[in-house]
Design a protein around this ligand. Structure first.
Ligand SMILES: [Ca+2]
Ligand SMILES: [Ca+2]
Ligand SMILES: [Ca+2]
Ligand SMILES: [Ca+2]
Length: 221
């Protein structure tokens, strides 16, 4: 006689029952237009004002600004704010760089060759940008603790031929050290990630290239 199935198993099977595996494709309602600045190229989500509703931020490449809009928790973003960064921001990412619990912004300014850091005030606002020199044509930002000191660091993919990445060590207060340049085996990198791939506690750097002749990722230990 087969053993009785546990309640957990029964529940799990119920979730996988054919009746719940409908074949219809996922569907979405018509798009809701949320205005931001000119020529937005980057988008990130974060919690900027502590109300537990996700907020959004865009990198507005044509305007030289970031625009953030506070979420209402039901899919709307009624409250808009913007701040200047530098020339042609193309990526914005969200992380708590100074460890105060507020989600801060890091922006890649493609034509300025710089990163902008905007520290959160925790109430839906940000301090004016602090600019940090980076290499040419920064295109994409990733976060990780590269030197294992407990403070987040920043890795950046630079859209050049030959391409390279940079790593800027964070001081845990929102500041970034001068970049370390890392050659990579791909042209025109457009995305980067920092993850511990082999479980040894040290992060690896992954970079992907958009060059037509490239069809690989670079992984640097
Ligand atoms: Ca919020
Ligand atoms: Ca913060
Ligand atoms: Ca660090
Ligand atoms: Ca590792």
């Amino acid at each position: 006689m087969a053993p009785l199935a546990s309640p957990f198993l029964l529940a799990f099977v119920a979730l996988l029952a054919p009746s719940s595996l409908a074949q219809s494709p996922p569907s979405f309602a018509a798009p809701v237009v949320v205005p931001v600045g000119a020529a937005p190229q980057g988008l990130a989500l974060g919690e900027f004002n502590g109300d537990e509703n996700l907020d959004l931020v865009s990198a507005d490449s044509g305007a030289g600004t970031v625009t953030w809009r506070l979420g209402d928790g039901i899919g709307g973003f009624p409250s808009a704010h913007s701040a200047p960064v530098e020339i042609e921001p193309v990526d914005v990412e969200v992380a708590d760089l100074d460890g105060d619990g507020g989600a801060d912004l890091v922006v890649a300014n493609y034509s300025s060759g710089s990163l902008s850091v905007l520290l959160s005030d925790g109430n839906g606002g940000f301090a004016p940008q602090t600019s940090f020199a980076d290499g040419s044509q920064p295109a994409a930002i990733a976060f990780g603790d590269v030197n294992d000191d407990g403070a987040l660091d920043v890795a950046v993919a630079h859209y050049l031929n030959p391409g390279y990445a940079t790593v800027l060590i964070g001081d845990g207060l929102g500041g970034l050290a001068a970049p370390t340049f890392i050659p990579i085996a791909s042209d025109r990198p457009v995305e980067a990630a920092l993850r511990d791939l082999d479980g040894d506690g040290a992060v690896e750097l992954l970079v992907v290239s958009a060059h037509a002749s490239a069809s690989f990722l670079s992984v640097l230990k």
